[in-house]
Design a protein around this ligand. Structure first.
Ligand SMILES: Cc1ncc(COP(=O)(O)O)c(C=O)c1O
Length: 361
């Protein structure tokens, strides 16, 4: 029996989305290519250069270097690896706000660096005082998140840059999710706004490319050299990526999506997604839920656990933050009709969930 993939019509928790039709077509065409061996697969290698040039344009970097990674996790791990290699310290540490993605825990485990997790402020952004008091001469990397996974918040990136530079550390920005919406906001988040050294920015999230298409950007190609190893049996002689063989599908689909959508299509999508998030936040607030203001297209609200469970049982794919809010990510496949149907179900199920279960006695 042929099993079909899930439909997207009730998916509200994912940071991936339906690929744009041109991205899907390009992914299929380049499925059997391996950018991990660029001399044997020169067509996809040329496309990867194009992908990095486009990502650089989006992220305010004039002469970008980097590569198309498997996702934000790989880009974050590689950023920590670059910083560890650069650091003079034998006991390097990485300072990351508590809103940082769990991939930094993986990076710390794999690379044997100390992870110093600092609290966020009441707006869910990195607490600068806490970062300042946490860095020291052994700090290899300060991390700022531009579009946090749970609340869509943007850390104060220029200030984090100043702190990083005060101890000679690198600054990494995790814009894995936010990178394709932030160009249309007033936020300071990219290479042109702050002394950013490395960045995660994923075409397979808001960029509408097919999975796997993450992005690692570095300010200077020397930083990428920190990752390079010799590759004796390949036609190509060195490799900076974490994976060896990797699918050219991600590379080709990232280029196709960016050529199609940057900047006009992404701007329209941002406006649609942001309007949807504000509409949902408003609808939830009117019903008495406490809502975290969606500064980017992501809504978190204190829906009771029983209602959350009932919604999941109805097939809604929703998830919760570490502190228990229900989280809805307004990705490109999330339409106003979907959200209206979600709110209708919420109203119906909330009433049912609040009716006390009769006791036996
Ligand atoms: C801010 C951020 N960074 C990194 C990641 C990890 O990305 P991936 O799952 O593509 O490895 C995510 C995933 O949602 C994310 O939201």
């Amino acid at each position: 029996m042929k099993i079909e993939p899930q439909a997207f019509d009730r998916v509200l928790s994912s940071m991936c989305t339906k690929p744009h039709p041109v991205a899907r077509e390009a992914a299929e065409r380049f499925l059997a290519t391996n950018p991990g061996d660029p001399r044997t697969y020169p067509a996809v290698a040329a496309l990867e250069e194009k992908a990095i040039a486009l990502l650089g344009e989006i992220a305010g970097l004039e002469d970008p270097a980097g590569y198309v990674a498997s996702g934000g996790t790989e880009a974050n791990i590689q950023a920590v690896r670059i910083a560890r290699e650069r650091a003079g310290s034998r006991r390097p540490n990485v300072v990351v706000p508590e809103s940082g993605h769990f991939s930094f825990q993986k990076a710390a485990d794999l690379l044997g660096v100390e992870l110093r997790v600092v609290p966020t402020d009441d707006r869910h952004r990195a607490n600068l005082e806490a970062v300042r008091s946490c860095v020291d001469d052994d700090t290899a990397l300060v991390v700022g998140v531009a579009g946090t996974t749970e609340y869509g918040r943007v850390d104060p990136i220029p200030e984090l840059g100043e702190i990083a530079k005060s101890v000679d550390a690198l600054l990494h920005v995790d814009a894995a999710w936010g990178g394709f919406v932030l160009p249309f906001t007033d936020d300071d988040w990219h290479f042109g706004h702050a002394p950013v050294d490395t960045m995660a920015i994923d075409p397979h999230k808001m960029g509408q490319a097919a999975v796997p298409a993450g992005g690692l950007l570095v300010r200077d190609s020397d930083l990428l050299d920190e990752l390079a190893v010799d590759t004796p049996y390949l036609e190509s002689t060195s490799q900076a990526t974490l994976t060896g063989t990797r699918s050219g599908a991600g590379v080709a689909s990232a280029v196709a999506a960016m050529e199609e959508l940057w900047p006009t299509g992404y701007r329209s999508q941002y406006v649609r997604s942001q309007n949807n998030a504000e509409w949902l936040a408003d609808a939830l607030e009117k019903r008495g839920y406490e809502v975290v203001d969606p500064t980017l297209p992501l809504v978190a609200a204190d829906v009771p656990e029983s209602t959350f469970d009932a919604l999941r049982a109805e097939g809604w794919r929703i998830s919760r933050t570490a502190t228990g809010e229900t989280r809805v990510v307004c990705m490109p496949h999330v339409t106003r009709e979907m959200l209206a149907s979600f709110v209708t179900d919420l109203d119906r199920l909330e009433v049912r969930a609040s009716v006390p279960i009769p006791s036996d006695d």
